[in-house]
Design a protein around this ligand. Sequence first.
Ligand SMILES: [Zn+2]
Length: 321
Amino acid sequence: MDIEEHRRKLKKKRISERGGFSLIILPHYQGKIKVIRITRRKIYTALTVFVIVIVMLVSFAFSYKNLNNEVARFKGMKLNDVVAAQSKELQAAQDEVTKTKTELTSLKEYVVYLSSLEKQVRSSLKLGNSKVSLDYVLSKTPKAKLQSSNNLPTDVAQLLSEQNNVTLLAEDRAKTLNLLKGAADEYNVLLAQTPNVWPLHGYISSPFGWRTNPFGGSGWQFHTGIDIVAYYGAPIRATADGTVEYAGWFGGYGNFVKIYHRDGIETCYGHLSKIAVKRGEHVKKGQVIGYEGDTGLSTGPHLHYEIRVNGTPVNPMDYLK
Ligand SMILES: [Zn+2]
């Protein structure tokens, strides 16, 4: 290294150290005086490092805060999802319960309907309070096996399945009962139109069939009905539902009523003292249609009662219970 170069370097160093300062540390008693040279470059370097550190700290603080917020948001989101899923499940369960309740309610209504239907069938068949119950009928024709109450299914699916079975069973029974009720109603109409009761409470003075002439004379006479004796003016009742075909005087029958019932079946009432119905009138079984008398060809107060099938007299005793 030559002298010129060395000088140049010293000069450069002096220039760079210009504007700097020195810290002189003086010991209190003895020792060396310490001089710390603080150049401008050192100050700049220290300032730069300081600024960098501050910037880093501030940005780190911001990042940390953001991260914290993110974590909190994430946590909140997860919790919300869980709550949403749970409330969804709760809603589904609630819906299922509501549906089941509704179904059970309609099932109960069905049972009430079946009970009323049973009452109707009972009154139709005149079963009254006899021991033939719906339970008995159901036990005679088992279709779906039902679990007893002390063995109730715990599983909801099984419970729903059982409920479905009960519904099907109830529907099946309703169908059967409706058919039965229809048949019973039809039967009752036929029964009401069948002359199976007495028109008058009394004794039979002359039966149906061949007899000697009651008016003297010779030979035999075919009696087309039965003669019933009670007392003069006793009420005569229609023996079945029907329509009055004739009400008025009719030769030897005197005051005469003829009622049409069904399937060619008619009933005739003769020798009445008084007639209580008109032609074309609908009468019910047991309704008073006239009163006992001795009009026409008669040997004393009595009712001549006849049943005709397609115009031919038949023995009324065959219809009486
Ligand atoms: Zn007679």
